[in-house]
Design a binder for this molecule. Structure first.
Ligand code: DLL
Length: 432
């Protein structure tokens, strides 16, 4: 079923007319209300009235994660505080996270868009939706939650953690839709088997999985083990949260971008030039309808291409293909975003040497992180007990500030390889 047939099947011409109307309105709003954007427009010598066609989007300035950090916390909001009814933030709590504010209308649109996504996956009002994305500042849990409610489904707000209990709840409550990261889905499956519950034999029929990269092979594995349709969902906190794009169950070939709310471009990540249809590059998104924290040409850093051929599901929205990577060094560890520099900051604040390496491995279905850091000469002579305490302290700080459990290992001075050029801080040995 198509949840919002009027919008999701709009003929291209009408869709583009709607996008242009919304883009013009957006430019007027940010020019009038966000000094940051007004300055950018002025610097580029443009005004909102220069946007006459969708092609003119090229004239507009990009927005980057750093711009949100520089304007932390509320500098890019376009409405007064009394109109903001919710905040979310991306991980990275060492002071400068990225903070997003939603008006009532933003939340309403988000719920609609997530309801569309669940419906694209084949869910309906009779479903029992088990939401195992984290609830909190992360957008996954609450995003899926309000979408499931909007769809009219029975929503089960479980959040993450307590894995064995989750499987029991899935069995007892008769979950038919599971929302979580793909790696967690596999973890749930294994935990179920250990507890004597085979998820493949439960009524579960749909998985809505995202927030981290995964592969076609992983999809096949999940679908075979759990006997479900496993669909890919995309989003990012800065742009809204989950629901920016979603795969349809009919084709399972790329995620439809909700183009009536988001204008998508693919650019060359080095030159910033727009690339022709079908080319691979960085996805750039403009939030056409957001009121609280609208963004012009947000650089997602996600590398992909757009698929414009008609889809058999009947939706007219273009699709993004599976992401092949990122154009920055952000790591996604069990669905949590981490920049190596955040770990570095913690190490340095703990008085450690600046020589460290982050090693990622995959044990079974889950990511493991080890942070190796060199002791300074003076620490090297410390008692073993002191060193262990130091390791434990750093581990705790990483968990507290970044939300990931890392194993910290202090190693001998000068034992980590030195590099002549750019240091290779991350060894990603995960094989997906
Ligand atoms: O991960 C929002 C989300 C929640 C999406 C639940 C889907 C489901 P952030 O924490 O801001 O937001 O991380 C956004 O995660 O730029 C991508 O690099 C990555 N990502 C999200 N979905 C996918 C996906 C949420 N389906 C960043 N495939 C994005 C690959 C994904 N990468």
């Amino acid at each position: 079923m198509i949840f919002d047939i009027a919008h999701e099947t709009l003929p291209r011409e009408e869709l583009e007319a709607l996008q242009l109307r919304r883009l013009k309105d957006l430019c007027n709003r940010v020019y009038a209300n966000v000094p940051f954007y007004r300055r950018r427009f002025d610097e580029l010598g443009i005004t909102p009235s220069d946007i006459r066609s969708l092609k003119d989007v090229k004239l507009l300035p990009f927005t980057e994660k750093q711009d949100l950090r520089n304007n932390f916390p509320y500098g890019l909001f376009a409405v007064p505080p009394q109109n903001i009814v919710r905040l979310h933030a991306s991980s990275g709590t060492t002071g400068k996270a990225t903070v997003i504010g939603y008006t009532r209308r933003d939340l309403d649109n988000w719920a609609d868009l997530m309801a569309r996504c669940l419906s694209m996956a084949g869910a309906n009002a009779s479903d029992f939706v088990h939401v195992a994305f984290g609830y909190g500042l992360f957008t996954g849990g609450l995003g899926a939650h309000y979408g499931a409610e909007r769809l009219g489904a029975t929503t089960i707000p479980v959040s993450g953690g307590a894995t064995k209990r989750q499987v029991q709840l899935m069995r007892d409550f008769g979950a038919t839709v599971l929302c979580c990261t793909p790696s967690y889905a596999l973890f749930l499956y294994d935990a179920g088997l250990e507890a004597g519950i085979d998820i493949g034999k439960l009524p579960l029929r749909i998985g809505v999985f995202g927030a981290e990269p995964w592969t076609e092979e992983m999809r096949a594995d999940i679908e075979r083990k759990m006997r479900i349709d496993a669909l890919n969902i995309y989003g990012l906190s800065e742009v809204m949260g989950p629901g920016v794009a979603m795969e349809c169950v009919e084709a399972k070939q790329g995620m439809h971008i909700q183009e009536d709310h988001f204008l998508a471009e693919i650019i060359d990540p080095v030159t910033g030039e727009q690339l022709p249809p079908g080319a691979t590059g960085e996805l750039v998104l403009t939030t056409l309808t957001k009121e609280g924290a609208p963004l012009l040409r947000y650089r997602t850093r996600d590398i992909t291409s757009l698929e414009t051929t008609p889809c058999r599901c009947g939706r007219t929205f273009v699709r993004v293909n599976r992401f092949s990577g990122r154009s920055d060094d952000m790591l996604i560890i069990r669905g949590v975003n981490v920049f190596p520099t955040q770990i570095e900051t913690i190490l340095l604040e703990a008085g450690m040497s600046p020589h460290y390496q982050i090693i990622l491995t995959r044990e079974g279905t889950l990511d493991n992180v080890e942070v190796q850091v060199e002791l300074t000469e003076s620490m090297f002579s410390d008692a073993v007990k002191d060193l262990q305490q130091r390791e434990a302290r750093i581990q705790k700080t990483i968990k507290e500030f970044l939300g990931v459990t890392a194993r910290v290992r202090l190693v001998e001075p000068r034992s980590i390889q030195r590099f002549e050029g750019k240091a290779q801080r991350v060894l990603d040995r995960r094989q997906m």
